[in-house]
Design a protein. Structure first.
Length: 308
């Protein structure tokens, strides 16, 4: 059976940098308060979901030496579409010149891993190349007078190009899950602002990251001690630390980029993945664990052997 490997990756973030000091000038907060509770120092704000997705997708295609005409399917993970209809993926498809199909996936902050698993399934079904993008503009659904949310969010996009291979692919195992009874903990109604019950999200998030990661690793016949690099959803530095500790993964094997980007929902894992690749933290043969959680409540983990 065909497998798939990542042949290109890229990111796109707005030019505008909003620091904690910028927020403290208009909100009852401070750089110390935000950094201690979230790990965030700054975030990028601006652009549309489609614009950022096109930028990240273009960078991923260029790195792989491909064009949109080479792509069979485009999968866009986002919880902040530019319109209700059509899907934002249609705009991205046109912008990149993709000749194949395109559709959106909304699993909130778990969206990129969901989309990545779906993309591997498309390869098994016969697709040769699938472009997977996570793009978000959470600033568009944020009440900037709400300190509990405004300090957390950022905008950005990350993308990877998957290509079919005759040999073993990168994806060794995955775990996807959801619990709709917890949907009230993190939500945004039509025309409204993002709402989050931070304490409850923290409690559930750490648990589902640990359980989902362990399930995915078990399916691959592996243990957490085998993980070379852990790339979690960048929601809160405390959540990342708590989950890593419970999994027994040391800090030097965990990727953290929340200090620069804030919480970018479905864009956070591909942004962190790209950062790890750019800084040579992922070498051929490395075992990489991706794990995210988000509204729904959803969760998703994937185990990759880099290079296939």
């Amino acid at each position: 059976m065909p497998g798939a490997v990542v042949t290109g990756w890229g990111i796109a973030v707005p030019d505008k940098v909003v620091t904690n000091e910028d927020l403290s000038a208009r909100l009852d907060t401070s750089d110390q308060w935000i950094a201690e509770r979230t790990g965030i120092r700054e975030r990028r704000i601006g652009g549309t979901t489609a614009e950022l997705a096109i930028g990240a997708g273009r960078a991923a295609l260029a790195r792989a030496g491909r064009t949109g005409d080479d792509v069979d399917v485009l999968v866009l993970a986002t919880s902040t579409p530019d319109a209700l209809v059509p899907g934002t993926s249609a705009t991205v498809q046109e912008g990149l010149g993709v000749r194949g199909g395109a559709f959106d996936v909304n699993a909130a902050c778990s969206g990129f891993v969901y989309a990545l698993v779906v993309a591997h399934g498309l390869v098994l079904a016969g697709a040769k190349r699938v472009l997977v993008i996570g793009s978000e503009t959470l600033s568009q659904i944020t009440d900037w007078d709400d300190r509990s949310i405004a300090v957390l969010v950022g905008d950005g996009a990350g993308a990877v190009l998957l290509e079919a291979t005759d040999g073993p692919g990168q994806l060794l195992a995955w775990d996807l899950g959801a619990d709709g009874s917890l949907r009230h903990l993190l939500k945004c109604d039509h025309g409204g602002y993002l709402y989050m019950n931070g304490k409850e999200i923290f409690r559930h998030a750490v648990r589902v990251i640990v359980e989902s990661s362990q399930k995915a690793l078990a399916k691959a016949g592996l243990q957490t001690s085998d993980v070379d690099l852990f790339i979690p959803h960048q929601a809160n530095a405390r959540i990342i630390t708590a989950a890593s500790q419970r999994l027994g993964i040391p800090d030097d094997r965990c990727v953290v980029t929340i200090d620069r980007y804030g919480n970018t929902s479905s864009a956070s894992i591909p942004l962190a993945l790209a950062d790890a690749l750019e800084t040579d933290r992922i070498r051929p043969g490395a075992l990489v664990l991706l794990s995210g959680f988000g509204g729904g409540m959803t969760w998703a983990s994937a185990v990759l052997r880099w290079g296939g």
